[in-house]
Design a protein around this ligand. Structure first.
Ligand code: NI
Ligand code: MN
Length: 227
C-alpha cells in the first residue's frame, strides 16, 4: 500500500509499505505544518530545488535519519560539504532505480539558489513509479508544453503548484492537468503565506468541470491512500 500526506506548502510524505519518502522537507516555519522536523522519520528525502521553503530542514533531517537524499548534482555537492554523505545525485532527464521504485528527474521552469546563496543547479520535478503507480511531483514550476510528454506514459497522480506568484497558479494548473492527463490531481505550494493563498474548492470545481482528472484536496497531516 502507498500513501501520500501533505505537510503544508510543498512538503509531502510518500510511503510505500514501510518506506518513507519525504519530498522537500520544510517543517519548521511552515505555516500550516502540524509536525516539527525533529519528529519526522525518513528513509529517503527527495529535493526539487534549493530554495529555503524546500530545503529548510534538509540538512538536519538527513543527518538525523541517515536517509538517502535524492537531488540534483549541485545540491548534492552542497550537502556533502555539510557532512551529508548518503546521496543519490541526478540531473534533469535522468532516471534511477531505487529499492522502492524508479525515480525520474524532470524539467521545472523556476530557479534554484540554496539558502546561503550557493548555486543550486536547475530546479526539477520527479516522476516516481512504485507499486504499479506513477506519481508526478512537478516541483516549483511554470506551465510548460513538455508536460505532455510526462503524461504520455500514463500518470496516476499529479502534484502541481497552484499558489501563483512564485509558481503557476490555478489557471495554468488546469492547463497542466490537460497536458498531463493524470487520473488524480493534487494541489501544492499554496496557503502558506497571504500572497499564495488560494481557494482550493474553486480549484477542485474547475478540475472537475474542465479536465478528466479527479481533484484531491489534501488536509494537512492526513494520509491519502493511493488507490
Ligand atoms: Ni522555489
Ligand atoms: Mn517554493
Amino acid at each position: 500500500m502507498s500513501t501520500l500526506t501533505w505537510y503544508g506548502h510543498a512538503t509531502w510524505l510518500l510511503t510505500s509499505g514501510k518506506t518513507r519518502i519525504v519530498i522537500d522537507p520544510f517543517f519548521n516555519g511552515n505555516t500550516h505544518c502540524p509536525v516539527k522536523a525533529e519528529d519526522v522519520a525518513a528513509d529517503y528525502i527527495m529535493v526539487t530545488h534549493g530554495h529555503f521553503d524546500h530545503t529548510g530542514d534538509l540538512v538536519a533531517l538527513a543527518k538525523k535519519t541517515g536517509a538517502n537524499v535524492v537531488c540534483n548534482w549541485e545540491i548534492s555537492t552542497w550537502l556533502e560539504k555539510q557532512g551529508v554523505t548518503n546521496l543519490t545525485a541526478m540531473n534533469t532527464g535522468g532516471s534511477v532505480k531505487l529499492p522502492f521504485g524508479q525515480v525520474k528527474s524532470t524539467i521545472a521552469h523556476h530557479s534554484s539558489s540554496l539558502p546561503d546563496g550557493t548555486y543550486g543547479g536547475n530546479p526539477n520535478g520527479y516522476v516516481v513509479s512504485l507499486e504499479n503507480k506513477k506519481i508526478y511531483f512537478a516541483g516549483d514550476t511554470a506551465l510548460f508544453m513538455d508536460m505532455q510528454l510526462y503524461g504520455r506514459g500514463g500518470l496516476d497522480y499529479a502534484v502541481l503548484p497552484i499558489g501563483d506568484l512564485y509558481t503557476m497558479g490555478i489557471e495554468d494548473s488546469i492547463e497542466a492537468i490537460k497536458l498531463l492527463q493524470p487520473k488524480y490531481a493534487l494541489p501544492s505550494h499554496f496557503d502558506t503565506w497571504p500572497p499564495i493563498e488560494q481557494d482550493t474548492a474553486a480549484w477542485a470545481a474547475r478540475v472537475k468541470a474542465e479536465t478528466k482528472a479527479i481533484p484531491v484536496v489534501p488536509k494537512v497531516g492526513v494520509a491519502v491512500e493511493l488507490g
